[in-house]
Design a protein around this ligand. Structure first.
Ligand SMILES: Nc1ncnc2c1ncn2[C@@H]1O[C@H](COP(=O)(O)OP(=O)(O)OP(=O)(O)O)[C@@H](O)[C@H]1O
Ligand SMILES: [Mg+2]
Length: 367
């Protein structure tokens, strides 16, 4: 077989291979065991977290020989056809390029016919939020009362764009971003099979850059193998993606915990793009509270990263209890943090009506 990118080569083939989405795979497995199979499913979640993969595995479980069952045989020709996209009874439709009413009308025509050689006729509609309103309405008619042999599986990154009337006819599953530690474990497994040596800190940096998307992590690993060959180290990853060294983040977290504001601010200066100021105070109902300030630039992604990092280094009771978006850290003409202006921004944020007294006190400690 020709060269295949890692993300395709290592696409999970059964539920037990899927990483970090047990809440979905367990529920689907139970439904199959109990023979409680709905006629429409919706898989939502961020890119590259397993929506299409889970829909295909589910299709295999439903249509395998002797199915529906979870433990289908890998050599079952029906499952192989589905995995290769050759099954006449499992149609994958990309709604991004088949958005209109004509396509959905076409689908409605085929729905009436019995499956060719399997138990069910399964339609996997990817990026379903891209359908036009008219197409959604046409689909609705079919969803209302589909024939017994028809199952729909929809996947989307943007469930909020789907009509409520459609949503209410589907069983909905929300996939999560995959925690960095699980991505690291999975990448280590792949690296081992591919016979490449990847330093643990490098794996970690790849996982951080992937922001919970396994496909992104795997594509990065692919790219690094082409770039570095058989040995990959942390600096390779950092230089390729402009990420921050783990040691710098640890230093920031340590300073935050110790309440060493000077050091924390200094560490922040080094990490401007994913800057967070977190200041712990003691004595609030016996707990340590710290508040983290995330710059609004790329706030989502960097906040998420930092929160992930902090989760690993801090015990839960020390996790920041508040996170708020801040505009970019104020810098002076030398490119250093402008402390007086930071203090002003901080005080203004603290003066907001929804801040508690405890938090205000704590702000005084910082300034
Ligand atoms: N939970 C996971 N466990 C293991 N591998 C995964 C997981 N999620 C994604 N992958 C890897 O990423 C690839 C792409 O996954 P998939 O096509 O299922 O993502 P998706 O959620 O449908 O993404 P998109 O929103 O971009 O369509 C898979 O082939 C697999 O290699
Ligand atoms: Mg997909």
């Amino acid at each position: 077989m020709g060269y295949q990118v890692i993300a395709r080569k290592y696409r999970p083939q059964r539920f037990s291979d899927v990483v970090g989405q047990e809440h979905v795979t367990h529920t689907l497995s139970r439904a199959i065991e109990q023979k409680r199979i709905a006629h429409a499913y919706l898989f939502c979640g961020p890119r590259g977290t397993g929506k299409t993969t889970i829909a295909r595995i589910f299709a295999k479980c439903l249509n395998c020989t002797g199915g529906p069952k979870v433990d289908f045989d890998d050599n079952d020709f029906r499952c192989q056809e589905i995995a290769d996209g050759r099954s006449l009874d499992v149609q994958e439709i990309d709604a991004a390029s088949n958005r209109g009413i004509d396509e959905i009308r076409g689908l409605r025509e085929t729905v009436k016919y019995a499956p060719a050689s399997s138990k069910f006729k399964i339609y996997i509609i990817d990026e379903v939020h891209m359908l036009t309103k008219e197409a959604f309405n046409a689909l609705l008619k079919t969803l209302e009362e589909p024939p017994e042999h028809v199952k729909f599986m929809f996947a989307t990154t943007e469930p909020e764009k789907i009509l409520l009337t459609i949503l209410s006819r589907c069983q909905r599953f929300d996939l999560r971003r995959i925690p960095a530690a699980l991505i690291v474990k999975h990448l280590a497994h792949i690296a081992n099979l591919e016979k490449v040596k990847v330093d643990p800190a490098a794996l970690y940096a790849i996982a951080r850059g992937a922001e919970g998307a396994m496909r992104d992590a795997e594509s990065t690993l692919d790219q690094l193998i082409s770039f570095c060959g058989e040995t990959i180290e942390e600096p390779d990853v950092l230089s390729m993606f402009g990420l921050t060294a783990q040691s710098q983040l640890l230093e920031l977290s340590r300073a935050v915990l110790a309440g060493e504001i000077e050091t924390a601010l200094y560490a922040l200066g080094l990490l401007r793009e994913c800057a967070v100021v977190a200041v712990p105070t003691d004595g609030f109902e016996g707990m340590t509270i710290c508040t983290a300030y995330v710059p609004a630039i790329g706030a989502d992604t960097s906040a998420w990263n930092l929160r992930e990092r902090l989760t690993e280094v801090l015990p839960p009771y020390m996790m920041p209890s508040r996170w708020m978006a801040f505009d970019a850290l104020p810098l002076n003409t030398n490119g250093k943090i402008d402390r007086p202006r930071l203090r002003e921004q901080f005080s203004a944020a603290m003066a907001a009506p929804d801040r508690t007294e405890a938090l205000r006190e704590h702000a005084v400690i910082l300034t």
